[in-house]
Design a protein around this ligand. Structure first.
Ligand SMILES: [Mg+2]
Length: 391
């Protein structure tokens, strides 16, 4: 059974300001621009300000009219980003599969973690408590069988809410919701639907798939499924780096395969450690070869599973090297991992012996800030300074 959690911080920027300046507690705080700001728009406002009808994306000038006693702040984005980072660390303590959809919102795939807590309530309470203990801010949490329902659930009892929608409850829970809660239904579509007397999700459910397809094209199919609480989209963890790699230019061109394999092993050790430091796995291994005449080729292999272990990376890179190397002097060798993800099946089973050994090597190499432990394949007949590193 799929279990998705959506976490959404409550009036994030305004709450941070109220946290840091206690004199703002209980006051209508509006972040987005100073009172006299001509072009500013509200990025967040406290719940006290919402009572006056102020909401995000509203021009500051309009917010001033609605709530003249409001406290208007320009906002401190770097501070908010730092708090966001702290919260993201909490997410990763609960699940390795996190999709940060904005500075204060994320989906967590909790599938397979159910056994950690007795009930979903305990789960939700635990993450809320953990966030509060870390940053002294409240979050609203929704737990449901898919992203669509989880997001609606987190929004349902804001602020400081916790709403759990079990698979058997999804259809009834969605039924009375207005159609504009369905992803992909904007104001225009909602208006069009209302001329068909479709106002709620239950109404939408009465439309046949054919009529939705005729009216909305491909999107009609999504609407048909979402109305029934079906949303197969996976939680997609994003990674910032597109690839992680290292290449080295030799001071003397190399031809001997055994020597190249040793250089490759050293490059792999570096790349592997950087992947693991960032909790990343890569599915595509690429080698780069540049010959003395500067012709450069890259060759890649994509694996069925993402990897970040030196042995696995070396096996793939070495295979590519042996397949593609030509018998002429090489001046540069590089290895890259791409199609990066922060998810791996392996991360759910962290205690294999090989991973323990890798962890130990990384820890020592990190502690001494240089490679103090080598694998045999990295060692040559004698220590050589043929390579100079570059990234
Ligand atoms: Mg929020």
């Amino acid at each position: 059974m799929v279990v998705i959690m959506h976490v959404d911080m409550d009036s994030f920027f305004a709450s941070i300001e109220q946290r840091d300046r206690p004199e703002l507690k209980g006051k209508p705080v509006i972040v987005g621009g100073l009172r006299d700001s001509k072009r500013g728009v509200v990025s967040t406002c406290s719940y006290e300000a919402r009572k006056y009808g102020v909401h995000s994306a509203m021009p500051i000038a309009q917010a001033v009219k609605l709530c003249p006693q409001g406290i208007f702040l320009p906002g401190d984005h770097s501070k908010y980003a730092a708090v966001s980072q702290e919260i993201r660390q909490v997410f990763y303590e609960f699940s390795p599969v996190v999709e940060n959809t904005s500075i204060d919102e994320a989906f967590l795939d909790m599938t397979g973690c159910e056994h950690l807590y007795d009930t979903f309530e305990d789960f939700g309470k635990a993450i809320k408590r953990h966030i509060y203990e870390t940053v002294s801010l409240t979050a609203s949490v929704g737990i449901a069988p898919n992203k669509f329902v989880a997001k609606l659930a987190s929004d349902y009892r804001k602020p400081d809410g916790l709403v759990i929608v079990r698979p058997s409850e999804v259809k009834d829970w969605l039924a009375p919701m207005p159609v504009n809660k369905v992803w992909g239904i904007g104001e225009k579509t909602a208006k069009a639907l209302s001329t068909w007397r479709i106002h709620t999700i239950a109404d939408l459910r009465r439309c046949s798939q054919r009529s939705l397809l005729q009216r909305f094209g491909k999107q009609g199919h999504d609407l048909y499924l979402l109305a029934r609480g079906i949303d197969p989209r996976p939680v997609e963890p994003e990674t910032e780096a597109k690839s992680i790699g290292r290449e080295t230019t030799f001071s003397i061109d190399l031809t001997e395969l055994s020597r190249l394999r040793q250089v490759l092993a050293n490059l792999v050790a570096d790349v592997g450690m950087r992947l693991r430091q960032q909790s990343l796995w890569g599915r595509t291994v690429t080698i780069k070869l540049r010959y003395s005449d500067f012709t450069t080729i890259t060759r890649s292999i994509s694996l069925p599973e993402p990897i970040n272990n030196d042995d696995d990376i070396f096996a793939a890179a070495d295979k590519l090297l042996q397949q593609h190397i030509q018998k002429r002097p090489l001046r540069l060798l590089g290895v890259y991992l791409s199609q990066l993800t922060s998810v791996s099946q392996a991360s759910l089973f962290p205690d294999s012996r090989r991973d323990k050994l890798t962890e130990l090597i990384d820890e020592l190499n990190t502690r001494y800030d240089r490679a103090v432990i080598y694998k045999g394949r990295q060692l040559g007949p004698r220590k050589s300074n043929h390579e100079k590193g570059s990234t």
